[in-house]
Design a protein around this ligand. Structure first.
Ligand SMILES: N[C@@H](CCC(=O)N[C@@H](CS)C(=O)NCC(=O)O)C(=O)O
Length: 272
């Protein structure tokens, strides 16, 4: 079991010491997280891209620390970035905070043009609303989470309802494929030549999508159907700041397979 006092110090790149010293970026940085969390992953990528030094504190979400409850009294969730004693909550808010405070210490996460900035924020919100929701539906309807096993309603879904959930997820991915073409303008990332807000926001999804594909036999990350996104996922995962903190895909696949096996057994028992 992971315990709340599990702390890691992530070292500062010496080149950044001068850049963040003596200014608004000063102050101790602590991140309350959970290693398997896609939202925490986002923040760790952004901190890594800026080569910022921080203390990482792994939370036990079944037994939340006083520090977490005090720092995020509204949602009581991770990630929370504590900068100079002041907490910032919600992953997208934290990403934009990092971008504003440590401006100039690495490529900007948001474009300088206000229209491009609005577009990036729009797609980041789309990922959190639509894409995340459709993956959750797949998890429930295809027995990839323990909730699907527990809740009889998910097991009793018909094949038509399952097909509809998959169709909705595929439509969301198709929309992203188009968004990638528009935002990247032929470059490597949604953010252009460098990783930006949309890349990081979406970046936590490929390993989950791949695990869904491998367990449920779906084709969310189909290179033939979605060539732009599939190639983007490869490039994003190869970025140093990303692959250093990416959650263990093997472990995730194991969890999905275990839930799917329990779900298949329970579903068979229901129909006998
Ligand atoms: N919208 C939030 C979502 C954060 C979230 O759901 N965190 C989960 C971990 S993956 C959590 O802390 N769950 C604890 C709980 O729900 O009590 C964000 O973007 O930061």
């Amino acid at each position: 079991m992971v315990i709340a006092s599990d702390r890691t110090h992530i070292q500062l790149d010496p080149r950044q010491t001068a850049a963040v010293g003596g200014g608004v970026g000063d102050g101790e940085l602590r991140l309350l997280g959970k290693s398997s969390s896609p939202w925490v992953f986002r923040v760790r990528v952004a901190l890594g891209l800026r080569s910022l030094s921080y203390e990482y504190i792994e939370e036990d979400l079944a037994n939340k620390s006083e520090l977490l409850l005090r720092s995020n009294p509204v949602h009581k969730k991770v990630p929370v970035l504590i900068h100079g004693g002041r907490p910032v909550c919600e992953s997208l808010v934290i990403l934009q905070y990092i971008d504003e405070i440590w401006r100039g210490t690495g490529p900007a996460l948001l474009p300088s043009d206000p229209y491009d900035r609005a577009t990036a924020r729009f797609w980041a919100a789309y990922v959190d609303d639509k894409v995340w929701h459709s993956i959750q539906e797949l998890n429930r309807f295809f027995g990839l989470s323990d909730l699907a096993v527990l809740f009889h309603v998910s097991r009793s879904r018909t094949d038509e309802q399952r097909a509809e959930a998959l169709q909705n997820a595929l439509l969301a991915v198709e929309t992203l494929e188009r968004a990638f073409r528009e935002c990247s303008k032929g470059k490597a990332f949604f953010g252009g030549d460098a990783v930006g807000l949309v890349d990081i926001t979406l970046g936590s999804h490929p390993i989950w999508m791949r695990a869904v594909d491998q367990t449920a036999g779906t084709n969310l990350l189909d290179g033939d159907k979605f060539p732009g996104l599939a190639a983007w996922a490869e490039r994003f995962m190869a970025v140093d700041a990303v692959n250093k903190v990416v959650p263990d895909a093997g472990k995730l696949l194991e969890q999905y397979r275990a839930s799917r096996a329990k779900w298949t057994t329970a579903t068979a028992a229901d129909s006998s």
